[in-house]
Design a protein around this ligand. Structure first.
Ligand code: SER
Length: 613
């Protein structure tokens, strides 16, 4: 079954047979949640509704959600791990619960996907101090012909296993929020179909592949680590599209399905890579590199081409985009690719996915340009780094040494942007060691220094309470908000420094601002000044501030205080976390003017501005 049919069947099953409403995939970049970089599961964009807010489409929803998980990035290259994936999910927001959820899952798997029920087994939550054993879910499985594994007759199929929190509990997605016990469905993919349990159940035998997870979100995990019963009982289910597609096609991995085949010819993207590299190597190493390239470039394509797309930079999501593209390039070199290739691959993915995700074709030019730009940039980095590395190497040889010092490796990394993995690989090729511990030590010291530097600047800025700086603090909030209006919600403060003369504001944005954009930002700020908006503050907890959509630095040091933080409100225009001080009314600022817009670091722009008449 093709992935497109699977998507459609899933939606149709829940919409037409079980009265759900289809909702579109939310962005990969979470809105209003600065604690995570990406949408990691279908439940993520639905958190407010799982917590009790009313969803405009009702209480039964179904969707296919774009997801990104980068925790396992080092595992990518095997048959199953992906960074980007699509999750099929059906949702009950305080509507149906375990009985319907499990019955419908079973019905879908066995009648719509025609999976053999004897090759299915399931797991349920074993219970612990926080929540009881999920006998309720097990009973429902029993009514469908499943039997608890603890008391099985010989050769019994369709088993129910009970596992602990590590396996059968899901969430919260962040530190706090909705969570609960789950029941997971596994399908046997091994060859001994007559006796699928010969090598054990899903807890020990990897031939049992998890295909669906039904989470019964009935708890809320609180700041202090305890669990409270949620106002409503929810169901959150997740089925990995790639994985199930591979199973339905009897393929060993999703890379062998049409999701990784050239749209026009059906040619495998493995072959496309062989053609680009002019060699057809099928060693395990080479397959691994090809999978990394394909996975990472698909993910980068989706993040750049997202409705709230982000481009390469040195911070946050932009940093991940950069990392994905650069890792793909390194593996491209490993398999012998000489020329630029990232945008070619991105184009393949845009073609494969545009029917389902039209934002990709809409943003095609942006995606291709960004890939190309990043590849050119990284190639230069590699070239210079390589030259420097060779100098170090000559020096070592002349002195008859066989270890590159941590300091030198750090210099390559810090001054030339040369990836440490690359240094390691080159050292290995040249049979010399590299002092990894010393490198890590250097890295830590450096990070500590820049942190201290940043804190000093921060406290320096806020310590001065003169009339001039007070005005500039308020102007900074107006500017921050105006930038988000003009350039987009991706804009976040990356640094702020205020003297009596001017404000300086650093923020993430990939391109130079045009003069129209600068003018627009000035206009918006001046409008707020002319309106004479009152400036006031409230003391809220970090959670409350986030819920109200406050912007600003949600730093650890705030949340550690545990108590309330100050949130400044400027009319209805801006809500931002800040220690102050601020003016009482925006009219005191008189007039706002941007005097400079420049680059401060890769992906970071810097504005200097003044107020007064
Ligand atoms: N949230 C669960 C998961 O990610 C089910 O959707 O598996």
């Amino acid at each position: 079954m093709l992935s497109s049919i699977l998507r459609q069947k899933f939606i149709d099953f829940f919409v037409t047979k079980h009265n759900h409403k289809e909702i579109p995939s939310a962005s990969l970049i979470p809105e209003n949640d600065p604690t995570v970089l990406f949408t990691t599961a279908g439940m993520h964009p639905l958190v407010p509704y799982l917590m009790g807010e009313k969803h405009p489409q009702g209480t039964k929803l179904v969707d296919v959600q774009k997801c990104m998980r980068t925790d396992d990035i080092d595992e990518v290259g095997d048959a199953t791990h992906c960074t980007f994936f699509e999750m099929l999910g059906n949702w009950s927001l305080g509507d149906y619960f375990k009985k319907e959820a499990i019955q419908w899952s079973y019905e879908f798997l066995t009648t719509e996907l025609n999976l053999n029920p004897d090759l299915l087994c399931v797991t349920c939550f074993a219970g612990d101090k926080d929540a009881p054993k999920d006998e309720e879910a097990a009973k429902i499985w029993e009514s469908l012909g499943f039997v608890k594994a603890e008391n099985i007759p010989e050769n019994q199929k369709r088993r129910i296993y009970f596992l602990g929190k590590k396996d059968n509990w899901w969430g919260p997605a962040g530190k706090t929020g909705p969570c609960g016990p789950d029941t997971e469905m596994f399908y046997y993919t091994g060859s001994n179909k007559n006796n699928p349990y010969e090598k054990g159940g899903p807890d020990i035998n990897k031939e049992w592949v998890e295909i669906w997870n039904n989470v019964f979100m009935q708890y809320n995990k609180k700041e202090d680590g305890t669990f409270e019963i949620l106002k409503q009982q929810n169901v959150d289910t997740g089925m990995g599209l790639e994985r199930v597609t591979a199973i339905l096609q009897g393929k060993n991995s999703h890379y062998e399905t049409e999701l990784f085949q050239q749209k026009s010819t059906g040619k495998s993207l493995y072959i496309v890579l062989d053609e680009i590299s002019n060699s057809a190597n099928s060693s395990n190493e080479s397959i691994k590199s090809k999978r990394i390239i394909l996975d990472h470039l698909r993910s980068a394509t989706f993040v750049i081409g997202d409705q709230r797309g982000v481009v390469s930079s040195n911070t946050d999501q932009g940093y991940i985009v950069r990392k994905l593209i650069r890792r793909a390039i390194r593996h491209g070199k490993k398999i012998g690719i000489q020329n630029y290739f990232c945008s070619n691959l991105a184009k393949e993915f845009i073609e494969i996915y545009s029917d389902v995700y039209p934002e990709l074709s809409k943003n095609q030019q942006k995606i291709l340009n960004e890939m190309q730009k990043e590849e050119e940039k990284f190639s230069k980095t590699l070239e210079t780094g390589l030259k420097e590395f060779e100098k170090f190497l000559d020096h070592l040889k002349v002195n008859n040494q066989n270890q590159l010092s941590g300091k030198d490796a750090f210099l390559l990394y810090q001054s030339y942007g040369f990836p440490f993995e690359m240094t390691k690989e080159l050292c290995k090729e040249n049979q010399i060691e590299v002092d990894e511990n010393a490198f890590n030590q250097e890295l830590k010291t450096h990070q500590e220094l820049s942190r201290l530097g940043a804190e000093q600047k921060f406290s320096g800025g806020l310590a001065d309470h003169s009339e001039e700086t007070t005005k500039l603090h308020t102007a900074t909030h107006l500017l921050h908000k105006a930038l988000r209006i003009v350039l987009g919600d991706h804009v976040q403060q990356k640094g702020s420094n205020i003297t009596v003369e001017r404000l300086r504001f650093d923020f993430n944005h990939a391109e130079k601002m045009t003069s129209e954009q600068i003018k627009k930002v000035e206009e918006i700020v001046n409008e707020q000044i002319q309106k004479g908006l009152d400036v006031s503050f409230e003391e809220l907890t970090v959670e409350e501030a986030k819920q109200r959509g406050a912007i600003g630095l949600f730093e650890d040091k705030y949340s550690k205080l545990g108590n309330k933080i100050k949130v400044y409100k400027i009319g209805d225009f801006s809500l931002e976390i800040c220690g102050g001080p601020h003016v009482k009314n925006t009219s005191e600022l008189k007039n706002f003017k941007i005097v400079k817009e420049e680059s401060s670091a890769a992906g970071i722009r810097r504005i200097k501005a003044v107020v007064g008449d």
